[in-house]
Write a protein that binds this ligand. Structure first.
Ligand code: HEC
Ligand code: HEC
Length: 328
């Protein structure tokens, strides 16, 4: 049995498959009250190291810069499509050549080679075919792709953004790499109605724009919303609790945090700057380093205005109490 409490795990002997890296992923404490000085042993962790200097990718008016910005920051395609190095960062020498394998009771999925390699990548696909694969999970031969790529969210990616992403993917280095075929134990029929066009989301309403960034474009809400019996429970948007067991090359399990304004277990009481620091450096307000399954390395390069919009949206969410994914 797994008891989640705002990203906390308690595991009985029955769940020996889960390997948790120490207690990382477990404490979510309020900052200590400035009362009596604590005994030395109970002192709070050292302050987080200064954020590494990561050059921001500036978004620009031209399509290619915009596409690069999206792919390498908020959209985070490389988090699955590029192999990970032991420190959690991405192996840029193999960028987008496919890697991620996730084993789930229902499937064994391999993130495919999305470089422009003609033979093993998507070099021979037309722009429309790539757009259709990203938004409608449909390959040029008409068959459908399966999870965990966030198709249900990507469906609402705007024409401007999805086309910019495709334009950028065409410019990355082609890498010849054959990826095994994913296996699914259930039929694949797409993820809802097919979309052919999605209008721009204006940046004037920052909460709405933040919703777009955190959902259809960045799929934050995909990782951070509980999946119950294979279905994402949208009434618990942002409640976390999903367990990612031994992701990528790693030997630990990560639990998605509650990122609603719930005090104590969520982001209630966090300042905007504390939330921003967690998203971009992976250091939470208590100084704990987050497991790199949370792709903060990519978000480090996101623009402040986009981060501000995401934070405004997160703060607008209904607070969600602690939730445990039922085990059956
Ligand atoms: C959570 C992991 C994950 C993320 C993030 C992700 N993908 Fe994927 N993607 C996959 C997997 C797994 C498949 C293969 C699914 C299958 O085999 O049915 C795939 C398939 C694809 C395909 C189809 C390629 C083919 O040969 O069939 C394209 C195109 C693609 N992804 C593009 C993207 C883009 C662009 C992004 C970022 C906007 C992205 N993906 C983000 C996991 C991911
Ligand atoms: C691939 C899955 C994934 C994606 C995508 C993702 N997260 Fe996370 N996030 C996690 C996990 C897992 C944790 C907990 C890590 C840990 O406890 O070490 C986390 C932790 C966090 C935390 C720290 C909360 C705390 O209490 O310490 C914040 C804030 C956060 N995510 C916000 C976001 C935002 C905003 C986005 C989108 C821009 C996002 N996440 C995208 C998986 C994800």
């Amino acid at each position: 049995m797994i008891i989640g409490r705002g990203g906390c795990l308690a595991i009985t002997a029955a769940a020996t498959l889960l390997t948790i890296l120490g207690a990382a992923g477990c404490q979510k404490s309020e900052p200590p009250a400035p009362a009596a000085p604590p005994p030395a042993a109970a002192q709070r962790p050292a302050p987080p190291p200064a954020a590494p200097a990561v050059a921001k990718i500036e978004d620009g008016a031209d399509q290619l810069t915009h596409g690069r910005y999206l792919v390498e920051t908020i959209a985070g395609c490389g988090n699955c499509h590029t192999p990970h190095l032991p420190d959690g960062s991405l192996d840029q020498s193999k960028a987008f050549s496919g890697a991620f394998v996730i084993e789930d009771p229902g499937f064994k999925a391999y993130a495919r080679n999305i470089t422009p390699d003609m033979e093993t990548g998507i070099g021979s696909w037309t722009d429309d075919q790539i757009v259709n694969a990203i938004r409608n999970a449909q390959r040029p031969d008409g068959t459908f792709l399966g999870p965990p790529m966030s198709f249900a969210w990507y469906k609402r990616m705007t024409d401007t953004d999805v086309r910019a992403i495709v334009a950028y993917l065409r410019t990355v280095k082609p890498i010849n790499n054959v990826v095994p075929k994913s296996e699914y134990k259930f039929p694949l029929n797409g993820f809802g109605p097919m979309v052919t066009s999605v209008p721009d989301v204006p940046k004037t309403d920052i909460v709405k724009y933040g919703e777009y960034l955190a959902g259809p474009l960045g799929h934050c809400m995909d990782c951070h919303t509980p999946v119950v019996k294979g279905v994402q429970d949208l009434t618990k948007l942002g409640a976390g609790a999903n367990i990612f067991n031994k992701p990528f090359i790693f030997d630990w399990a990560a639990v998605a945090a509650n990122i609603t304004p719930q005090p104590g277990i969520g982001l209630g009481g966090w300042t905007d700057q504390e939330i921003k620091t967690a998203i971009t450096t992976g250091v939470d307000r208590t100084g704990r380093k987050l497991l790199p399954f949370m792709p903060y390395g990519l978000y480090a390069k996101a623009q402040d205005s986009d981060l501000d919009a995401i934070i405004a949206y997160l703060k607008s969410l209904p607070a969600q109490p602690a939730f445990t994914i039922p085990t059956e």
